[in-house]
Design a protein around this ligand. Structure first.
Ligand code: GLN
Length: 199
């Protein structure tokens, strides 16, 4: 079995656990460094990125998270989770740190305020069977990516999904749609990584 954790400090943890289970992974909440050490991959959920960042520091998880991402652990961030994976935030709030790992600059709340949240169909490179339904809730967009990162989806001329090696990030929330293809892609990435590691 492939074991995928969901960082469970704040945000839509339960929805990711359900989506991962539907994508044939064993899904577990992760709150402590010992729990982080036991997963094959990790999801950083949507929520509020400053809050998650501060709680990660408080729970002693920030350095272990950075270390595992640096080591190549597969990681998938949605919305606030995408912000946490960015090497740089354009407009960080004070005390807001990121885990980093993806060579991209994100702009928080880029699509507007809470009441400007919206849904749209999005073509994602690597996802078969047509576009996904993108739910954007006070979503960030990616201003720019570095040479190592691949843009895999755009909306209205803005980058909304990026992949770099074993890291995946989306501005939108597939965990809220009942369509588990993006989680399936991530679980496949984690399986591939574990297979390669055991060869
Ligand atoms: N606006 C939130 C942030 O900056 C992200 C919103 C979300 O995860 N849906 O953290």
């Amino acid at each position: 079995d492939i074991v995928i954790g969901v960082l469970a400090l704040q945000g839509d943890v339960r929805e990711h656990l359900v989506a991962l289970a539907a994508a044939d992974a064993v899904a577990r909440p992760v709150r402590r460094p010992e729990e982080l050490a036991e997963v094959d991959g990790l999801v950083l959920p949507g929520g509020e990125s400053t809050t998650i960042s501060k709680l990660a520091v408080l729970f002693g998880l920030m350095e272990p998270l950075r270390a595992r991402v640096r080591d190549g652990m597969p990681v998938y961030g949605t919305c606030a989770g995408m912000i946490l994976l960015a090497d740089k935030i354009l407009d960080p709030r004070s005390g807001q740190e990121t885990v980093g790992g993806v060579d991209m600059i994100v702009r928080r709340n880029a699509f507007g305020r809470q009441n400007e949240s919206f849904e749209a169909t999005v073509d994602v490179r690597g996802i078969e069977g047509g576009p996904v339904h993108g739910v954007f809730i006070r979503a960030p967009w990616v201003e720019s990516v570095g040479a190592g990162a691949e843009v895999i989806a755009e909306h209205d001329g803005h980058i909304v999904a990026v992949r770099q090696g074993n890291a995946l990030a989306t501005s939108f929330h597939p965990e809220l749609t009942g369509d588990h293809r993006v989680h399936g892609l991530f679980v496949d990435m984690a399986r591939g990584y574990r297979t390669a590691a055991s060869l």
